[in-house]
Ligand binder design. Structure first.
Ligand SMILES: [Zn+2]
Length: 425
């Protein structure tokens, strides 16, 4: 199948070069695009080919999320926790761990499907997810993978292994990860965070990541409590502990947050070449602090931490926070927004190639050029401009409607599963 985007304004996501052209999009997880001088005549098209008239539309690479939690989807509007959390450890204890322990496979499916739809409609076609469901570990990753595949979202998944629920769930988490990666699933070895992961689990996780040529995906120094725990228990700071264990030798590793790092830890992260994900809205929501990343490493991606699925929104939030923390400019935030493509390329991941595109109906009141696009990106471009989305060469959103699944059915399923979950809280 080939999709022809006729007469579009094509914006190269990397160079920001803008050209008036036709784009031919090939289908497949590692396929690309070409720029034919003309679009075939109707009688020369194959039955499965499509031609979309894109005159006046901006076409560019679709977006990706570097750190997500589909398990948070059914939390929206849920009853208040029994105790109002006073700090970050209590937010985990009374909100997220209370919720994720009650998830079953059906709820996980509903969460992943709805989340995938929100991603697609926001122009996001690739998601790096970090999952937890201690009472339904076995089979959870294939459920999420199938849901993402049904909607048409590429993915790197992991299960968050930890010692917070004891040896049983820890072993199940390791087994689920091993089985998923062995079966060809793309992903990481997930860990919750240093303060919930003992040395034995850390060693086992690193061993598993080496076995599958992957990396770790964990929360790092999201709150000061993570550092305090590491210093008290191990006599060293979190990143030093990770470095000493060999975790930072895994180049595909993702460290989410990294807010409370010492200069020594920053040096270790920068020199290791591992990746960091900024989730500033979540940090503000949890009141754990915010930080600048420019001095930390260039390997920074943006995520949502499960709060929503709109990466344009994440980029705006990171830009605004960056004004006080690091003096971020338009080009700097745009590059960070796009770093996920550099990460997936380095990872060798399928599903985030050049044939992932958004067609934007961008109603700019001023001229858009290669030079000023980053300013349009920060101040103008919104998810509402996402008209059509092509993922791996297939149309998954057309004229703002999901084409791959029945959206109203999925959301109805979500409401039923949400009630079931809330009844158990
Ligand atoms: Zn997270």
């Amino acid at each position: 199948m080939t999709i022809y985007l006729k007469d579009c304004t094509y914006l190269n996501w990397d160079s920001l070069e803008m050209t008036q052209s036709n784009v031919a999009v090939e289908e497949g997880p590692r396929k690309g695009i070409s720029f034919p001088a003309s679009v075939p005549r109707t009688e020369d098209l194959r039955p499965e080919d499509r031609v979309l008239n894109c005159a006046g539309k901006l076409v560019t690479r679709s977006f990706g999320c570097g750190h997500h939690h589909i398990y948070a989807t059914l939390a929206r509007g849920m009853p208040a926790p029994r105790k109002i959390p006073a700090n970050f450890p209590e937010i985990l204890q009374y909100v997220w761990w209370h919720l994720d322990q009650r998830l079953d496979l059906e709820m996980i499916e509903a969460s992943a499907l709805a989340s995938a739809i929100y991603c697609a409609k926001s122009g996001v076609t690739f998601v790096i997810d970090h999952h937890a469901s201690p009472s339904a570990i076995k089979g959870s990753l294939p459920v999420i993978a199938r849901a993402f595949d049904r909607v048409g979202i590429g993915h790197l998944l992991c299960y968050e292994i930890s010692d917070r629920d004891g040896e049983g769930p820890r072993e199940e988490g390791l087994a689920e990860t091993d089985a998923f990666l062995a079966s060809g699933g793309q992903g990481h070895v997930g860990l919750h965070a240093s303060f919930t992961v003992g040395d034995t689990s850390l060693v086992q996780a690193i061993r598993l990541a080496r076995k599958h040529d992957s990396g770790l995906h964990l929360h790092v120094a999201e709150d000061r409590a993570d550092q305090e725990n590491s210093l008290a228990k191990y006599g060293k700071r979190v990143v030093v502990r990770l470095a000493d264990s060999g975790a930072l030798e895994l180049q595909k590793s993702i460290l989410a947050h990294c807010i409370h790092l010492s200069d020594q830890e920053k040096d270790l992260v920068r020199q290791s070449g591992v990746w960091v994900v900024q989730n500033v809205e979540s940090n503000q929501n949890n009141n754990v602090g915010v930080t600048g990343y420019t001095s930390l490493t260039g390997n920074v991606m943006l995520g949502t931490d499960g709060m929503h699925c709109d990466m344009l929104r994440s980029a705006k939030a990171a830009f605004l926070a960056g004004q006080t923390t690091e003096g971020l400019d338009f080009g700097g935030i745009y590059r960070r927004f796009r770093n996920i493509h550099r990460y997936t390329r380095a990872f060798g991941a399928a599903g985030d190639a050049d044939n992932n595109l958004v067609i934007l109906d961008y109603d700019a009141p001023t001229e858009v050029t290669s030079n000023n696009f980053p300013a349009h990106f920060v101040f103008g471009l919104d998810a509402r401009h996402v008209e059509t989305v092509i993922s791996q060469g297939k149309i998954i959103v057309e004229d703002r409607r999901i084409t791959t699944v029945d959206e109203s059915d999925v959301l109805a399923f979500g409401r039923v599963m949400g009630k079931k979950l809330w009844g158990k809280l």
